[in-house]
Design a protein around this ligand. Structure first.
Ligand code: SAM
Ligand code: SF4
Length: 484
């Protein structure tokens, strides 16, 4: 049989983005060919997210659209990977009969065999065991193996990072799974218990990625600040790990996501002050500002404790940008509860926040025990109100950057260029006769704010100083500073 031509579509969080890179590596090692165009593929893989029903519906709708093609090309293989695969198992084929193979996040190393069987007409699934650290040891070892071999995201044709073009950026898993069991969340059910990778493995992987040209490293975990390992006769927490990674030559920026408020220690906060490579950005989801709702969510902190953690970090390094996630319309959330969330948002002055409408997920404590009693129209109203409030504040915070010089890590050519703001004096000075303008580039400040400015494509993957000339709630508009 000819080697399969595989296309990967990725939905969801950074963890899924990384899973897609692992899939690519596992397949490359098995001589499959990765292709950028789904029409050129004979195997279509979907790395999926099951955190909200809306996300699942989008996947089902897109997979459903493949039915006519599957009738025309009966040998086309469609694979459901990631969290939805673990959640639904083989039953998923009742809703989406075009699916041939189903593969859980921990079993990605088995994909070449699953694909070969599907191409031979046998539908199969590889699912994670119900629970328990020991059960995951073998599949984690296989994932580690693929992870240490994978090339830098976007560095080869058809690799999943390519479309996103985030040159110089690499994610590295510090922890898999989650033990927090927030009452609304399906992640502990689909990704298994918390497992911390040994520091030596993480350091080796970072070293290799830096050697391949990565400049920005982000350590990943669902509650990454709970990282704890024992190796070389000592204990390691996340602060220890960050300090060690920061020593590596070639590293420009080091970040970590996501942090859990209940595990936010002073020791970790000190890293923002003491380790220059660690970026002043902390993703610390609050989820709600209401004590009663936080308790029903099983988050393990009060709103005051949350604010204390933010204050502790800012006392040590005042310019840390704190970003958050919120769920609105959680069971029993009253208008008073919602107002408490708005108050917390005003006090914390986030640099950004994701707002989600509560979505009951089968198997979670909230879905089993609490009535989804906030009507959808009300969830939508609260969602819009909270987003507007967040944007009012991020708009005010972003305005403080106008007139300042910021160092931008250039990620890509803007996929959807913004209307150009202000004049661009450097452009005019540098290219007085030229009618051809540079494209708009998109990058990040150290505090993770998005910056757009005109510049040559060669700047992608490098750091440059730019002057901020205007701002909006989500974006800073800048101009390049003439090189001296
Ligand atoms: N581990 C991270 C944390 O604790 O913040 C992120 C987990 S989850 C993939 C990302 C976000 O999705 C959560 O922070 C939460 O706001 C949201 N989320 C999770 N389950 C949800 C649900 N059932 N309904 C709506 N939003 C949900
Ligand atoms: Fe889900 Fe809570 Fe774990 Fe985050 S910390 S993945 S929200 S259970």
């Amino acid at each position: 049989m000819t080697p399969p031509r595989v296309h990967i579509t990725t939905y969801g969080c950074q963890m899924n983005q990384l899973d897609a890179e692992l899939v690519a590596e596992v397949l490359r090692a098995s001589s499959a060919q990765l292709v950028a165009d789904p029409k050129a593929a004979d195997v279509l893989l979907f790395v999926t997210c099951s955190v909200r029903e809306h996300a699942e519906n989008r996947v089902f709708s897109n997979i459903g659209k493949l039915a006519p093609r599957k009738r025309r090309e009966p040998h086309l293989v469609v694979g459901l990977l990631g969290c939805m695969a673990q959640e639904h198992g083989p039953a998923v084929r009742r809703r989406a009969p075009v699916i041939d193979l189903v593969c859980a996040p921990g079993r990605l190393a088995e994909l070449p065999a699953l694909i070969a069987e599907a191409r031979a007409g046998r539908k199969r699934e590889a699912l994670d065991p119900p629970r328990g650290h020991a059960d995951f040891a073998a599949s984690d070892a296989a994932l580690d193996d693929a992870e240490v071999r994978r090339p830098l995201c976007g560095s080869s044709p058809g690799s999943p990072g390519r479309g996103r073009g985030k040159t110089g950026q690499a994610y590295v898993v510090a922890m898999r799974g989650c033990d927090n069991f927030c009452s609304y969340c399906v992640v502990p059910l689909v990704r298994g218990p918390e497992r911390c990778r040994p520091p030596s493995l993480i350091l080796e992987e970072v070293r290799r990625l830096l050697g391949q040209g990565a400049r920005r490293i982000t350590l990943l975990g669902q509650a990454v600040n709970k990282y704890a390992a024992e190796e070389g006769g000592r204990r390691w927490d996340l602060a220890d790990l960050l300090e060690k990674v920061a020593e590596m030559p070639g590293l420009a920026r080091l970040s970590f996501i996501t942090s859990h408020p209940k595990a936010m220690t002073e020791r970790l906060a000190q890293v923002f002050r003491d380790v220059p490579a660690v970026t002043p950005y902390l993703h610390l989801p609050a989820q709600s500002g209401s004590e009663a709702v936080l308790e029903r969510m099983n988050r393990g902190y009060t709103a005051e404790e949350y604010m204390d953690r933010v204050a502790m970090v800012r006392a040590l390094r005042p310019d840390v940008a704190v970003a958050s996630d919120f769920i609105v319309g959680f069971p029993g959330e009253s208008e008073t509860d919602f107002e408490a969330t708005c108050r917390l948002v005003r006090r914390a002055r986030f640099s950004g926040a994701f707002v989600f409408k509560y979505s009951p997920r089968p198997g979670t404590a909230a879905a089993e025990r609490l009535a989804d009693d906030v009507p959808d129209a009300e969830k939508r109203r609260r969602n819009n109100r909270l987003l507007a409030l967040v944007e009012e504040i991020t708009g005010e915070e972003n305005r403080k950057f106008v007139g300042r010089t910021v160092r931008v890590f250039v990620e890509e050519i803007s996929p959807r260029p913004h209307a150009r703001k202000g004049s661009d004096p450097f452009f005019a000075a540098a290219n007085p006769q030229s009618a051809i303008r540079d494209p708009q580039l998109r990058g990040r400040t150290p505090c993770n704010r998005i910056v757009v400015f005109d510049g040559p494509p060669q700047l992608v993957g490098t750091e440059v100083d730019v002057a901020v000339i205007d701002s909006g709630p989500l974006t800073l508009f800048a101009t390049r500073i003439a090189p001296t």
